[in-house]
Design a protein around this ligand. Structure first.
Ligand code: SAH
Length: 294
C-alpha cells in the first residue's frame, strides 16, 4: 500500500525532525528512520487494542507514534532527560501514553506503575533497544535459566544488533549457535523477523541490525536443576572447538560422561554446538543424576 500525499508529507516532516536531535553516544542513540523497518516491527508485535506496551528507549518517539493508535497503552522508559522533555512536547497529552524517565535496568516498573492506576502492567515489549546493554535487557525481560522471570510478557519484539539476533535464533550446528542461543531458547520461542541495514538509522551504527520476536515460555521438559544446567552450558561452550567431554572435564569425568552420551544417542565426540536445547536439558538432567548418586 502506498502512502497518500498527506501521509508522505507527515513522514518526511518526522524524518526531518529526528535529524535535528543530536544523538548521544553514551546512550547508544541511533534514530531509526526507515518506514520499512518500522512497519516490520509493528507487524511483528501482532497488536490488538487490548495490548499494553512497554517501549524501552523511545528516543525521538518515531516508534511510539506508530504504537499509540494501535494499543491500549504505551509505557516508555527513557534514560535521557533532555529527550524526555522533547518527547513529552512532541507527543503532547495523550491519555494512553506514560513516559518514565530512568534506566530500564534499575527502574522498578511495577512500583512506578502503581502510582498510575490507569496503566496496568504491560503484556508486550516493543523496542529499538540501546545495543550497549542488550545482554542486561534480555536478562531483565526473561531472566536466566537458573532464575526465569516469573510473570514475563506475552511477546517481545526487539530491534537489535544482527549478530546478537542471529545468535539468539540460531539452530544447532550453525556458526551462530552459542550459549546465548541455548539460554534464550530455553526461556522463549525465538523468531528472526528481518534484517535492518545500518543505513536505516541516523547516524548509521557500525553494525547491521535485525528484528526478532520472542514468545516467553519455558522449554518442555525443563531442567531438574536449572542452576546446574546453566553452569554446564557455560562450561560446554567455553572453548568452542573442543569436544564437550573435554570442556566438561572439570565437572564430570570422561568415563562417566560417555555412557550418558551413548544413552542419549549422542556421538561421544560431540561439541557443545551440536546439541539442541532439548538435548542440553536431557544431558544436564542425566549428569545431575550421576553427580547426585556419587
Ligand atoms: N527508539 C528510538 C531510539 C533508539 S536508540 C528509535 O527507534 O529511534 C536507543 C534509545 O535508548 C535512546 O533513546 C537512548 O537514550 C535510550 N537508552 C539508552 N540507555 C537506556 C537505559 N539504560 N534505559 C532506558 N533508555 C535507554
Amino acid at each position: 500500500m502506498f502512502p497518500t500525499n498527506l501521509q508522505f508529507l507527515t513522514i518526511q516532516i518526522r524524518l526531518l525532525y529526528i535529524m535535528t536531535i543530536q544523538p548521544r553516544k553514551r546512550f547508544a542513540q541511533h534514530w531509526l528512520r526507515s518506514e520499512k523497518a518500522l512497519n516490520k516491527i509493528v507487524q511483528a508485535a501482532e497488536l490488538s487494542d487490548s495490548d499494553r506496551i512497554l517501549e524501552i528507549g523511545p528516543g525521538t518517539g518515531i516508534l511510539t507514534h506508530r504504537l499509540l493508535p494501535l494499543a491500549a497503552s504505551v509505557v516508555a522508559v527513557e534514560i535521557d532527560r533532555d529527550l524526555c522533555q522533547k518527547l513529552v512536547k512532541k507527543i503532547g497529552r495523550v491519555e494512553n501514553f506514560l513516559l518514565l524517565q530512568g534506566d530500564i535496568l534499575s527502574l522498578d516498573l511495577e512500583t512506578n506503575l502503581a502510582q498510575f492506576p490507569t496503566f496496568q502492567n504491560p503484556n508486550k515489549v516493543v523496542a529499538n533497544i540501546p545495543y550497549n546493554i542488550t545482554g542486561p535487557i534480555l536478562e531483565k525481560l526473561l531472566g536466566t535459566i537458573a532464575q526465569p522471570v516469573a510473570n514475563t510478557y506475552d511477546l517481545i519484539v526487539l530491534l537489535l544488533q544482527k549478530e546478537v539476533a542471529d545468535r539468539i535464533c540460531a539452530q544447532p550446528d550453525s556458526k551462530a549457535y552459542s550459549s546465548l542461543s541455548v539460554k534464550i531458547q530455553y526461556l522463549a520461542k525465538c523468531e528472526f523477523i528481518c534484517d535492518v541495514p545500518a543505513k536505516a538509522f541516523y547516524p548509521p551504527p557500525k553494525v547491521d541490525s535485525a528484528v526478532i520476536r520472542l514468545r516467553p515460555q519455558l522449554i518442555e521438559p525443563q531442567a531438574n536443576n536449572p542452576k546446574q544446567m546453566e553452569t554446564l552450558v557455560k562450561l560446554g561452550f567455553s572453548s568452542k572447538r573442543k569436544m564437550l567431554r573435554n570442556n566438561l572435564k572439570a565437572v564430570i569425568e570422561r568415563d562417566r560422561l560417555l555412557p550418558l552420551l551413548e544413552k542419549l544417542k549422542v556421538n561421544p565426540q560431540v561439541r557443545a554446538e551440536d546439541l539442541s536445547v532439548q538435548q542440553w536439558v536431557a544431558l544436564a538432567n542425566s549428569i545431575g543424576e550421576v553427580i547426585i548418586n556419587n
